[in-house]
Design a protein around this ligand. Structure first.
Ligand code: CU
Length: 163
């Protein structure tokens, strides 16, 4: 009985852990507008193929947009509130310059460097989480797993002791 409820608690904890981990989106880079209202922040970012750059600002004093020089992406008309995402697909590695059209003349210019995706032996449908070296990227779940094993061992020993 006691062992059973302990297992349930472990399961619940495991589920919560998973949810917490999913909330983070490590593949998204947010570019906003800084307090001077005439600069992107950060104005220069480096991402990897497959990553998403999100242009996000709200309640700005001036309307802005983000337009890539060659038209690769375009957030549309300058707005005080913008939430525009662009994903750099595999094969788009390179350096891209984008501008805020109303404020390009005063230097509201940004740069995105897209690095090639790391070579992968796995199939296309596997994301970065499927790579073999995921242990280094996810220390928390690993620690949790280790803790669970210890807890289980203690639990089993107790139930055996109680007969
Ligand atoms: Cu602007």
């Amino acid at each position: 009985m006691r062992a059973g409820s302990f297992l349930v608690i472990l399961l619940v904890l495991a589920c919560l852990q998973g949810d917490l981990y999913l909330e983070q989106d490590p593949d998204e880079t947010i570019i906003t507008v800084d307090s001077t209202n005439l600069r992107f922040s950060p104005s220069s970012v480096t991402v990897t193929e497959g990553d998403t750059v999100r242009f996000f600002w709200s309640g700005q004093a001036l309307p802005h947009n983000a337009v890539e020089r060659d038209g690769l992406f375009d957030s549309g008309e300058p707005e005080r509130n913008v939430d525009y995402s662009f994903t750099f697909e595999v094969g788009t590695n390179g350096t891209y310059e984008f501008v805020c059209e109303p404020h390009e003349s005063v230097g509201m210019i940004g740069q995105i460097t897209v690095e090639p995706a790391p070579p992968s032996n796995t199939t296309n449908e596997t994301n970065e989480t499927g790579l073999e070296s995921s242990g280094e990227d996810t220390p928390f779940p690993s620690a949790f797993a280790a803790l669970s094993v210890v807890a289980l061992a203690v639990m089993i020993r107790r139930s055996q002791g109680n007969g």
